[in-house]
Design a protein around this ligand. Sequence first.
Ligand SMILES: [Zn+2]
Length: 421
Amino acid sequence: MLLIKNISQLVRVGDSSPKVGPQMEELKVIDDAFLVIDNGKIVDFGKAKLLNDEYKFAKVLDVHRKVVLPGFIDPHTHFVFAGDRSEEFKMRLKGIPYIDILKKGGGILSTVKATREISFNKLLEISSKRLDAFLSYGVTTLEGKSGYGLDKVTEVKQLKVMNKLNKREDIDIITTYLGAHAVPKEYENNSDSYVDYIIKEVMPSIADENLAEFCDVFCDEGAFNYQQSKKLLKSAVKLGFKLKIHADEIINTGAAQLAGELQAVSADHLLKTSKKGLISLKNNNVIAVLLPLTAFSLQEEYADVRKMIEMGIPVALATDLNPGSSYSQSIPLLLSLAVMYMNMSPEEAINALTINAACALSKEKEVGSIEVGKKADLLIIDAPHYNHLFYNFSVNLVQKVFKNGKLVFNNDLKNRKIKGD
Ligand SMILES: [Zn+2]
Protein backbone atom coordinates (compact mmCIF):
# COMPACT_ATOMS: atom_id res chain seq x y z
CA MET A 1 0.00 0.00 0.00
CA LEU A 2 1.39 3.39 -1.02
CA LEU A 3 0.33 6.72 0.44
CA ILE A 4 0.87 9.89 -1.58
CA LYS A 5 0.61 12.80 0.82
CA ASN A 6 0.96 16.55 0.97
CA ILE A 7 -0.82 17.02 -2.37
CA SER A 8 -1.63 20.69 -2.96
CA GLN A 9 -4.36 19.85 -5.50
CA LEU A 10 -5.76 16.44 -6.31
CA VAL A 11 -7.36 16.96 -9.71
CA ARG A 12 -9.98 14.21 -9.80
CA VAL A 13 -11.38 15.35 -13.16
CA GLY A 14 -14.70 13.53 -12.82
CA ASP A 15 -16.27 10.11 -12.89
CA SER A 16 -16.62 7.75 -15.83
CA SER A 17 -18.79 9.66 -18.24
CA PRO A 18 -17.90 12.11 -21.00
CA LYS A 19 -18.03 15.80 -20.12
CA VAL A 20 -20.16 18.00 -22.32
CA GLY A 21 -20.97 21.72 -22.47
CA PRO A 22 -20.45 23.52 -19.15
CA GLN A 23 -19.29 20.26 -17.48
CA MET A 24 -16.05 20.69 -19.40
CA GLU A 25 -15.27 23.60 -17.06
CA GLU A 26 -15.35 21.33 -13.98
CA LEU A 27 -12.33 19.44 -12.62
CA LYS A 28 -13.41 18.29 -9.13
CA VAL A 29 -10.29 19.46 -7.33
CA ILE A 30 -9.55 18.51 -3.71
CA ASP A 31 -7.10 20.90 -2.02
CA ASP A 32 -4.67 19.56 0.65
CA ALA A 33 -5.25 15.94 -0.26
CA PHE A 34 -3.92 12.40 0.11
CA LEU A 35 -4.26 9.40 -2.19
CA VAL A 36 -3.81 5.68 -1.45
CA ILE A 37 -2.77 3.05 -4.01
CA ASP A 38 -2.96 -0.70 -3.53
CA ASN A 39 -2.44 -3.50 -6.07
CA GLY A 40 -2.15 -0.99 -8.91
CA LYS A 41 -5.50 0.62 -8.18
CA ILE A 42 -6.70 3.78 -6.48
CA VAL A 43 -8.26 2.66 -3.19
CA ASP A 44 -8.82 5.89 -1.28
CA PHE A 45 -8.33 9.66 -1.47
CA GLY A 46 -9.62 12.80 0.17
CA LYS A 47 -8.77 15.75 2.38
CA ALA A 48 -5.49 15.22 4.27
CA LYS A 49 -7.13 15.60 7.66
CA LEU A 50 -9.57 12.78 6.88
CA LEU A 51 -6.90 10.13 6.28
CA ASN A 52 -7.81 6.91 8.09
CA ASP A 53 -5.03 6.20 10.61
CA GLU A 54 -5.63 2.44 10.57
CA TYR A 55 -3.95 2.00 7.19
CA LYS A 56 -0.58 0.21 7.18
CA PHE A 57 1.54 1.76 4.45
CA ALA A 58 4.52 -0.02 2.97
CA LYS A 59 5.61 3.27 1.44
CA VAL A 60 4.85 6.95 1.84
CA LEU A 61 5.58 9.54 -0.83
CA ASP A 62 5.54 13.16 0.31
CA VAL A 63 5.07 15.27 -2.83
CA HIS A 64 5.67 18.57 -1.02
CA ARG A 65 2.66 20.58 -2.16
CA LYS A 66 2.46 19.45 -5.77
CA VAL A 67 -0.45 18.71 -8.07
CA VAL A 68 -1.63 15.15 -8.77
CA LEU A 69 -3.50 14.46 -12.01
CA PRO A 70 -4.73 11.30 -13.73
CA GLY A 71 -2.36 10.17 -16.50
CA PHE A 72 -2.92 11.84 -19.86
CA ILE A 73 -4.58 9.82 -22.61
CA ASP A 74 -3.74 10.34 -26.27
CA PRO A 75 -6.61 8.94 -28.34
CA HIS A 76 -5.16 9.42 -31.85
CA THR A 77 -1.61 8.54 -32.93
CA HIS A 78 0.20 6.84 -35.81
CA PHE A 79 3.37 6.09 -33.83
CA VAL A 80 4.37 2.83 -35.58
CA PHE A 81 6.13 3.67 -38.84
CA ALA A 82 9.53 3.58 -40.51
CA GLY A 83 11.37 6.11 -42.64
CA ASP A 84 12.28 9.75 -42.24
CA ARG A 85 10.43 12.66 -43.80
CA SER A 86 12.43 15.53 -42.33
CA GLU A 87 13.48 16.65 -45.83
CA GLU A 88 9.82 16.86 -46.75
CA PHE A 89 9.22 19.00 -43.67
CA LYS A 90 11.90 21.40 -44.91
CA MET A 91 10.26 21.51 -48.35
CA ARG A 92 6.96 22.37 -46.70
CA LEU A 93 8.64 25.24 -44.82
CA LYS A 94 9.75 26.59 -48.19
CA GLY A 95 6.15 26.48 -49.41
CA ILE A 96 6.62 23.63 -51.90
CA PRO A 97 3.15 22.16 -52.57
CA TYR A 98 2.32 18.62 -51.41
CA ILE A 99 1.75 17.52 -55.01
CA ASP A 100 5.38 18.38 -55.88
CA ILE A 101 6.57 16.62 -52.72
CA LEU A 102 4.73 13.52 -53.92
CA LYS A 103 6.45 13.76 -57.31
CA LYS A 104 9.81 13.78 -55.51
CA GLY A 105 8.88 10.50 -53.82
CA GLY A 106 7.73 11.99 -50.53
CA GLY A 107 4.34 11.84 -48.85
CA ILE A 108 2.52 8.98 -47.19
CA LEU A 109 3.53 6.39 -49.78
CA SER A 110 7.20 6.92 -48.89
CA THR A 111 6.34 5.94 -45.31
CA VAL A 112 4.44 2.93 -46.67
CA LYS A 113 7.49 1.83 -48.65
CA ALA A 114 9.81 2.16 -45.63
CA THR A 115 7.36 0.43 -43.28
CA ARG A 116 6.96 -2.47 -45.71
CA GLU A 117 10.73 -2.90 -45.96
CA ILE A 118 11.71 -2.73 -42.28
CA SER A 119 11.95 -5.88 -40.11
CA PHE A 120 9.53 -6.52 -37.27
CA ASN A 121 12.21 -6.08 -34.62
CA LYS A 122 13.53 -2.81 -36.00
CA LEU A 123 10.00 -1.44 -36.27
CA LEU A 124 9.40 -2.50 -32.68
CA GLU A 125 12.49 -0.69 -31.41
CA ILE A 126 11.96 2.63 -33.21
CA SER A 127 8.31 2.65 -32.15
CA SER A 128 9.24 1.85 -28.56
CA LYS A 129 11.55 4.86 -28.51
CA ARG A 130 8.67 7.11 -29.55
CA LEU A 131 6.69 5.83 -26.56
CA ASP A 132 9.42 6.95 -24.15
CA ALA A 133 8.79 10.58 -25.10
CA PHE A 134 5.05 10.12 -24.60
CA LEU A 135 5.63 8.66 -21.14
CA SER A 136 7.90 11.54 -20.16
CA TYR A 137 5.04 13.94 -20.95
CA GLY A 138 2.67 11.96 -18.76
CA VAL A 139 0.83 9.87 -21.36
CA THR A 140 -0.15 6.56 -19.72
CA THR A 141 -2.63 5.31 -22.36
CA LEU A 142 -2.58 5.92 -26.09
CA GLU A 143 -4.14 4.75 -29.28
CA GLY A 144 -2.03 3.56 -32.20
CA LYS A 145 -3.13 3.04 -35.77
CA SER A 146 -1.84 0.83 -38.54
CA GLY A 147 -2.13 2.27 -42.06
CA TYR A 148 1.46 2.45 -43.28
CA GLY A 149 1.50 -1.03 -44.77
CA LEU A 150 -1.81 -1.07 -46.62
CA ASP A 151 -1.02 -4.63 -47.71
CA LYS A 152 -2.06 -7.38 -45.33
CA VAL A 153 1.37 -8.52 -44.21
CA THR A 154 2.58 -5.05 -43.20
CA GLU A 155 -0.69 -3.99 -41.57
CA VAL A 156 -0.50 -7.16 -39.47
CA LYS A 157 3.16 -6.41 -38.70
CA GLN A 158 2.29 -2.91 -37.45
CA LEU A 159 -0.54 -4.20 -35.27
CA LYS A 160 1.60 -7.01 -33.84
CA VAL A 161 4.29 -4.46 -32.96
CA MET A 162 1.69 -2.47 -31.03
CA ASN A 163 0.34 -5.53 -29.26
CA LYS A 164 3.85 -6.58 -28.24
CA LEU A 165 4.68 -3.07 -27.00
CA ASN A 166 1.44 -3.03 -25.04
CA LYS A 167 2.66 -6.05 -23.08
CA ARG A 168 6.23 -4.83 -22.73
CA GLU A 169 6.02 -1.08 -22.11
CA ASP A 170 4.61 1.09 -19.33
CA ILE A 171 1.92 2.62 -21.55
CA ASP A 172 -1.39 0.94 -22.40
CA ILE A 173 -1.81 0.80 -26.17
CA ILE A 174 -5.22 0.59 -27.80
CA THR A 175 -4.93 -0.65 -31.38
CA THR A 176 -6.77 0.53 -34.47
CA TYR A 177 -6.75 -1.00 -37.93
CA LEU A 178 -6.52 1.80 -40.50
CA GLY A 179 -6.04 -0.10 -43.76
CA ALA A 180 -8.11 2.62 -45.45
CA HIS A 181 -5.50 5.30 -44.78
CA ALA A 182 -4.47 5.75 -48.42
CA VAL A 183 -4.82 3.91 -51.69
CA PRO A 184 -1.66 1.85 -52.30
CA LYS A 185 0.26 1.93 -55.59
CA GLU A 186 -1.02 -1.56 -56.50
CA TYR A 187 -4.55 -0.16 -56.60
CA GLU A 188 -3.84 3.23 -58.17
CA ASN A 189 -7.04 4.58 -59.73
CA ASN A 190 -8.88 1.55 -58.44
CA SER A 191 -9.81 2.39 -54.89
CA ASP A 192 -13.06 0.39 -55.02
CA SER A 193 -11.06 -2.80 -55.53
CA TYR A 194 -8.78 -1.85 -52.65
CA VAL A 195 -11.83 -1.43 -50.40
CA ASP A 196 -13.00 -4.91 -51.45
CA TYR A 197 -9.53 -6.30 -50.73
CA ILE A 198 -9.63 -4.83 -47.22
CA ILE A 199 -13.09 -6.22 -46.55
CA LYS A 200 -12.44 -9.69 -47.96
CA GLU A 201 -8.76 -10.30 -47.29
CA VAL A 202 -7.51 -8.20 -44.42
CA MET A 203 -10.20 -7.29 -41.93
CA PRO A 204 -11.38 -10.86 -41.22
CA SER A 205 -7.92 -12.08 -40.28
CA ILE A 206 -7.24 -9.04 -38.10
CA ALA A 207 -10.51 -9.77 -36.33
CA ASP A 208 -9.69 -13.49 -36.08
CA GLU A 209 -6.32 -12.81 -34.51
CA ASN A 210 -7.81 -10.12 -32.28
CA LEU A 211 -5.15 -7.62 -33.35
CA ALA A 212 -7.22 -4.45 -33.21
CA GLU A 213 -10.08 -3.11 -31.13
CA PHE A 214 -11.06 -0.29 -33.50
CA CYS A 215 -11.37 0.15 -37.25
CA ASP A 216 -10.80 3.58 -38.78
CA VAL A 217 -11.04 5.07 -42.26
CA PHE A 218 -9.66 8.26 -43.80
CA CYS A 219 -12.87 9.62 -45.32
CA ASP A 220 -11.72 12.67 -47.23
CA GLU A 221 -10.69 14.14 -50.54
CA GLY A 222 -7.86 12.13 -52.07
CA ALA A 223 -8.55 9.18 -49.77
CA PHE A 224 -11.87 7.31 -49.45
CA ASN A 225 -15.30 8.70 -50.24
CA TYR A 226 -18.47 8.52 -48.18
CA GLN A 227 -19.82 5.37 -49.89
CA GLN A 228 -16.54 3.49 -49.62
CA SER A 229 -16.12 4.49 -45.99
CA LYS A 230 -19.64 3.39 -45.16
CA LYS A 231 -19.14 0.03 -46.83
CA LEU A 232 -15.87 -0.54 -44.97
CA LEU A 233 -17.13 0.50 -41.57
CA LYS A 234 -20.33 -1.53 -41.87
CA SER A 235 -18.24 -4.63 -42.55
CA ALA A 236 -16.02 -3.73 -39.60
CA VAL A 237 -19.02 -3.57 -37.25
CA LYS A 238 -20.09 -7.05 -38.35
CA LEU A 239 -16.66 -8.35 -37.36
CA GLY A 240 -16.89 -6.75 -33.91
CA PHE A 241 -14.68 -3.68 -34.38
CA LYS A 242 -15.54 -0.40 -32.70
CA LEU A 243 -15.38 2.56 -35.07
CA LYS A 244 -13.39 5.74 -35.55
CA ILE A 245 -13.34 8.04 -38.58
CA HIS A 246 -10.79 10.54 -39.88
CA ALA A 247 -13.54 12.98 -40.76
CA ASP A 248 -13.76 16.16 -42.84
CA GLU A 249 -10.16 17.33 -42.51
CA ILE A 250 -9.73 18.64 -46.07
CA ILE A 251 -13.31 18.94 -47.31
CA ASN A 252 -16.75 18.17 -45.91
CA THR A 253 -17.49 14.64 -47.12
CA GLY A 254 -20.35 13.91 -44.75
CA ALA A 255 -17.98 11.79 -42.67
CA ALA A 256 -19.24 13.26 -39.39
CA GLN A 257 -22.80 12.32 -40.34
CA LEU A 258 -21.58 8.84 -41.12
CA ALA A 259 -19.88 8.68 -37.70
CA GLY A 260 -23.21 9.50 -36.08
CA GLU A 261 -25.19 7.15 -38.28
CA LEU A 262 -22.90 4.21 -37.50
CA GLN A 263 -22.49 5.19 -33.83
CA ALA A 264 -18.73 5.50 -34.11
CA VAL A 265 -16.92 6.00 -30.81
CA SER A 266 -15.08 9.03 -32.20
CA ALA A 267 -14.80 11.29 -35.22
CA ASP A 268 -11.41 12.93 -35.58
CA HIS A 269 -10.06 16.16 -37.20
CA LEU A 270 -13.44 17.81 -38.03
CA LEU A 271 -12.09 20.98 -39.63
CA LYS A 272 -14.69 21.27 -42.41
CA THR A 273 -17.67 19.58 -40.79
CA SER A 274 -21.09 21.05 -41.60
CA LYS A 275 -23.70 21.94 -39.01
CA LYS A 276 -25.58 18.81 -40.01
CA GLY A 277 -22.49 16.73 -39.29
CA LEU A 278 -22.02 18.32 -35.88
CA ILE A 279 -25.66 17.69 -34.99
CA SER A 280 -25.19 14.05 -35.92
CA LEU A 281 -22.18 13.82 -33.57
CA LYS A 282 -24.13 15.44 -30.77
CA ASN A 283 -27.22 13.23 -31.19
CA ASN A 284 -25.19 10.04 -31.21
CA ASN A 285 -22.71 10.88 -28.41
CA VAL A 286 -19.73 10.61 -30.75
CA ILE A 287 -16.55 12.05 -29.20
CA ALA A 288 -14.95 14.80 -31.31
CA VAL A 289 -11.18 14.24 -31.25
CA LEU A 290 -9.35 17.44 -32.20
CA LEU A 291 -5.72 17.63 -33.25
CA PRO A 292 -4.14 21.05 -32.72
CA LEU A 293 -0.54 19.90 -33.27
CA THR A 294 -1.49 18.98 -36.84
CA ALA A 295 -2.95 22.41 -37.48
CA PHE A 296 0.17 23.96 -35.95
CA SER A 297 2.57 21.85 -38.01
CA LEU A 298 0.67 22.44 -41.26
CA GLN A 299 0.20 26.12 -40.37
CA GLU A 300 -3.51 25.68 -40.96
CA GLU A 301 -6.71 26.57 -39.17
CA TYR A 302 -7.76 24.98 -35.87
CA ALA A 303 -11.04 23.12 -35.40
CA ASP A 304 -13.95 25.21 -34.13
CA VAL A 305 -13.97 23.77 -30.64
CA ARG A 306 -16.08 26.57 -29.15
CA LYS A 307 -18.96 25.74 -31.45
CA MET A 308 -18.68 22.04 -30.57
CA ILE A 309 -18.63 22.64 -26.81
CA GLU A 310 -21.54 25.05 -27.12
CA MET A 311 -23.54 22.40 -28.99
CA GLY A 312 -22.83 19.84 -26.25
CA ILE A 313 -20.47 17.62 -28.22
CA PRO A 314 -17.90 15.89 -25.96
CA VAL A 315 -14.45 17.04 -27.07
CA ALA A 316 -11.12 15.23 -26.67
CA LEU A 317 -7.61 16.27 -27.72
CA ALA A 318 -4.84 14.15 -29.26
CA THR A 319 -1.36 14.59 -30.72
CA ASP A 320 -1.97 12.79 -34.06
CA LEU A 321 1.73 11.86 -33.94
CA ASN A 322 2.61 10.83 -37.50
CA PRO A 323 5.58 11.22 -39.86
CA GLY A 324 3.92 13.70 -42.21
CA SER A 325 1.67 16.32 -40.69
CA SER A 326 2.40 16.16 -36.94
CA TYR A 327 5.68 14.64 -35.81
CA SER A 328 5.43 15.50 -32.13
CA GLN A 329 4.58 13.89 -28.81
CA SER A 330 4.54 17.27 -27.10
CA ILE A 331 1.67 17.36 -24.64
CA PRO A 332 2.90 20.72 -23.24
CA LEU A 333 2.70 22.31 -26.69
CA LEU A 334 -0.66 20.67 -27.33
CA LEU A 335 -2.08 22.13 -24.10
CA SER A 336 -0.67 25.56 -24.94
CA LEU A 337 -2.22 25.55 -28.41
CA ALA A 338 -5.57 24.43 -27.01
CA VAL A 339 -5.80 27.43 -24.71
CA MET A 340 -3.96 30.03 -26.82
CA TYR A 341 -5.29 29.29 -30.31
CA MET A 342 -8.47 27.26 -29.83
CA ASN A 343 -9.74 29.34 -26.97
CA MET A 344 -10.29 26.44 -24.60
CA SER A 345 -10.04 27.06 -20.87
CA PRO A 346 -7.36 25.14 -18.91
CA GLU A 347 -10.12 23.06 -17.32
CA GLU A 348 -11.60 22.15 -20.72
CA ALA A 349 -8.18 21.20 -22.05
CA ILE A 350 -7.46 18.92 -19.07
CA ASN A 351 -10.85 17.22 -19.38
CA ALA A 352 -10.24 16.78 -23.11
CA LEU A 353 -6.94 15.01 -22.48
CA THR A 354 -8.14 12.80 -19.63
CA ILE A 355 -11.73 11.62 -19.19
CA ASN A 356 -13.02 12.61 -22.64
CA ALA A 357 -9.94 11.08 -24.24
CA ALA A 358 -10.65 7.87 -22.27
CA CYS A 359 -14.20 7.93 -23.65
CA ALA A 360 -12.77 8.26 -27.18
CA LEU A 361 -11.10 4.87 -26.55
CA SER A 362 -14.01 3.29 -24.61
CA LYS A 363 -11.75 3.07 -21.56
CA GLU A 364 -13.60 5.48 -19.28
CA LYS A 365 -14.37 2.77 -16.72
CA GLU A 366 -10.65 2.06 -16.20
CA VAL A 367 -8.76 5.33 -16.65
CA GLY A 368 -9.16 9.06 -17.25
CA SER A 369 -10.11 10.26 -13.77
CA ILE A 370 -9.31 9.69 -10.11
CA GLU A 371 -11.91 7.32 -8.73
CA VAL A 372 -11.73 4.40 -6.32
CA GLY A 373 -11.20 1.21 -8.33
CA LYS A 374 -9.61 2.86 -11.35
CA LYS A 375 -6.04 2.15 -12.43
CA ALA A 376 -3.49 4.13 -10.43
CA ASP A 377 -2.23 5.96 -13.53
CA LEU A 378 -1.10 9.22 -11.99
CA LEU A 379 1.09 12.25 -12.63
CA ILE A 380 2.93 14.37 -10.10
CA ILE A 381 3.09 17.87 -11.60
CA ASP A 382 5.93 20.05 -10.35
CA ALA A 383 3.72 23.04 -9.49
CA PRO A 384 1.27 24.03 -6.75
CA HIS A 385 -1.66 24.63 -9.15
CA TYR A 386 -2.74 22.99 -12.42
CA ASN A 387 -2.81 26.47 -14.01
CA HIS A 388 0.96 26.17 -14.29
CA LEU A 389 0.55 23.58 -17.06
CA PHE A 390 -0.56 26.53 -19.19
CA TYR A 391 1.05 29.50 -17.47
CA ASN A 392 4.56 27.98 -17.65
CA PHE A 393 3.72 27.23 -21.26
CA SER A 394 5.23 24.53 -23.39
CA VAL A 395 7.47 23.33 -20.52
CA ASN A 396 7.22 19.75 -19.28
CA LEU A 397 6.16 19.94 -15.63
CA VAL A 398 5.62 16.20 -15.26
CA GLN A 399 7.89 15.14 -12.43
CA LYS A 400 6.76 11.58 -11.83
CA VAL A 401 4.54 9.13 -13.68
CA PHE A 402 2.82 6.16 -12.02
CA LYS A 403 1.39 3.40 -14.20
CA ASN A 404 -0.79 0.82 -12.44
CA GLY A 405 0.59 2.16 -9.17
CA LYS A 406 4.22 1.69 -10.21
CA LEU A 407 6.69 4.55 -10.62
CA VAL A 408 7.68 4.36 -14.30
CA PHE A 409 9.15 7.79 -14.95
CA ASN A 410 11.00 10.06 -12.61
CA ASN A 411 12.23 13.41 -13.82
CA ASP A 412 14.02 14.04 -10.54
CA LEU A 413 16.81 11.83 -11.80
CA LYS A 414 17.64 13.81 -14.91
CA ASN A 415 15.20 12.13 -17.26
CA ARG A 416 16.23 8.62 -16.32
CA LYS A 417 13.38 6.19 -16.68
CA ILE A 418 13.10 3.95 -13.62
CA LYS A 419 12.23 0.36 -14.33
CA GLY A 420 10.52 -1.38 -11.47
CA ASP A 421 9.81 0.51 -8.33
ZN1 LIG B 1 -4.64 10.53 -38.03
